[in-house]
Design a protein around this ligand. Structure first.
Ligand code: HEM
Length: 459
């Protein structure tokens, strides 16, 4: 179906330069959402001077860009440049590079295959959560973002790298990735600034990328010497085999790019989603109480196992609502390949099109009480949004997230592990703003006190 022939051409609403710049400098993630809402979901042109991207938020238009006409909206252009300095060639690109990578990686992320990793993941998470006990004894609050990153890292390293990465190495990698994810914020906001001009964050980003290379290349070399390991999933071994060329040589830079892309997409998004959760629960004691009740009932004092996950139905609704209001993958940029139209607005080849789940998920046209955190909207008959493309935290179409099955097991395991042991009390409650980066993370630090759950010895 060609969208271009169906509508008569109209002019998009424009947010003029003098208004767009101060708004985006102040609170970019939320302001973009407000611009979408002010236009009732119609296409908006954001005037950033030399650069004037289209904000596309109506679910019909999201469907057009991500699915129906996905071939005409490529992951190219200035928004992808900052990310690619880290992730290189492969799964986050387009064309043959993307198809080859997706073909190699997809079998490792099917629901069936992911289920085989769940036991190991549960062990890794339980082990890491146990280390937080010292904070419960001393009363020393934890930094939610740091600890969620550490827990998620341990789980991902175990399941994706099959034990090839030591704990020390994983703990050295995590902060470097976090630096990359946050230090590209300026480049994402002002992507038209040439790289010959240094902007805030550039130096930190390059240093972190170099540090990542210094850790990752030796790991690949070591895996080559060791050969395939028997047993469980091992992303490095799969990649070393898949990336062997006809002459028997392996494209090590490609293996590095694949590995770094997977590590980056798997950890930051999940860790940041979990970080938002604790502040949200703190603001919604009723939701928190009900979650505790469910986990107490389903898990009790037992170790949390993957078979508990499907029985945590209230937790599932909380996660859906978390992914609606705080989708870590907040920005999905595209570049038009050929001239087309979106919602009657003519889009020229080469134009930048911005899709933001954070924006669409908050449109009043598609959500009742859009800014209210209400897991109840996902329960029973209300379990589906009004429009299939009104909710797409994992993207949509051929580029949709490879890791969503993993997330759907991993996140409940982390939450149930924590809530079966502690009440998490935020010691610095405050209004939060979303910091733009590769993922949307809370700008403010979220500090949590772990209060051990007292249990009646009879139970
Ligand atoms: C809350 C957690 C997560 C969120 C919100 C999220 C979000 C997204 C989004 C929005 C996209 C679409 C990007 C686009 O269309 O350009 C995406 C793609 C992707 N995600 Fe995730 N993701 C999450 C977790 C994960 C995990 C755990 C993994 C890996 C284990 C992963 C791996 C990927 C990969 C490889 C792609 C690129 C797929 C492709 O282009 O073929 N993600 N993710």
């Amino acid at each position: 179906m060609s969208y271009a022939t169906e509508t008569s051409v109209i002019s998009p609403q424009v947010v003029p330069f003098y208004r767009a710049i101060p708004r985006l400098l102040k609170d970019p993630v939320a302001e973009l959402a407000r611009m979408g809402a002010e236009a009732a979901g119609q296409v908006v042109r954001v005037d950033l001077g030399p650069f004037r991207p289209y904000l596309v938020s109506h679910p019909d238009h999201v469907q057009q860009v991500l699915t129906a006409e996905w071939n005409n909206f490529a992951r190219e252009g200035m928004f992808w440049r900052p990310v690619r300095r880290l992730t290189g060639k492969g799964i986050l690109r387009e064309g043959a590079e993307w198809t080859d990578a997706r073909k190699i990686l997809q079998p490792l992320f099917t629901a069936k295959y992911t289920a085989t990793l769940a036991e190991d993941m549960a062990d890794a998470i339980a082990e890491r959560v146990l280390e937080l006990d010292v904070h419960a004894w001393t009363g020393q609050p934890i930094d939610a973002a740091d600890q969620m990153t550490a827990i998620v890292n341990q789980a991902i390293v175990k399941v994706l790298f099959g034990g090839r990465i030591s704990r020390d190495t994983a703990e050295r990698l995590a902060p470097e990735f976090a630096t990359c994810a946050t230090s590209i914020a300026f480049r994402l906001l002002f992507p038209f600034i040439p790289y010959s001009i240094r902007v805030p964050g550039d130096r930190a980003y390059m240093r972190a990328t170099n540090n990542i290379d210094e850790i990752v290349y030796p790991l690949i070399e070591q895996a080559r010497r060791e050969g395939a390991r028997s047993g469980k999933a091992d992303l490095i071994a799969v990649l070393l085999t898949a990336r062997e060329q006809q002459d028997g040589r392996v494209d090590l830079e490609q293996v590095r790019d694949d590995l770094v892309s997977m590590y980056a997409t798997a950890t930051e998004t999940t860790a940041m989603s979990l970080t938002w959760l604790w502040a949200v629960l703190n603001d919604h004691p009723d939701v928190s109480a009900r979650l505790h009740e469910e986990i107490d009932h389903v898990v009790g004092q037992d170790p949390v196992r993957p078979e508990h996950v499907p029985r945590l139905s209230y937790l599932h609704t909380v996660l859906q609502e978390l992914l609606r209001l705080y989708p870590a993958g907040w920005l999905i940029p595209r570049q038009a390949v050929a001239d087309t139209e979106i919602g009657g607005v003519r889009i020229k080849a080469g134009s930048q099109v911005l899709i933001s789940p954070y924006t669409t998920h908050r449109l009043p046209e598609f959500w009742d009480r859009p800014l209210e955190f209400d897991p109840g909207r996902w329960a029973g008959d209300g379990a589906t949004p009004r429009h299939r493309y009104a909710f797409f935290p994992f993207g949509a179409g051929p580029h949709s997230c490879l890791g969503q099955n993993l997330f759907r097991i991993e996140a409940p395991l982390v939450i149930a592990n924590l809530l079966s042991k502690y009440r998490l009390v935020q010691t610095n409650p405050q209004p939060l703003t979303a910091l733009p980066g590769a993922s949307a993370r809370p700008k403010q630090q979220i500090m949590l006190r772990l209060v051990p759950i007292e249990r009646n010895p009879q139970t």
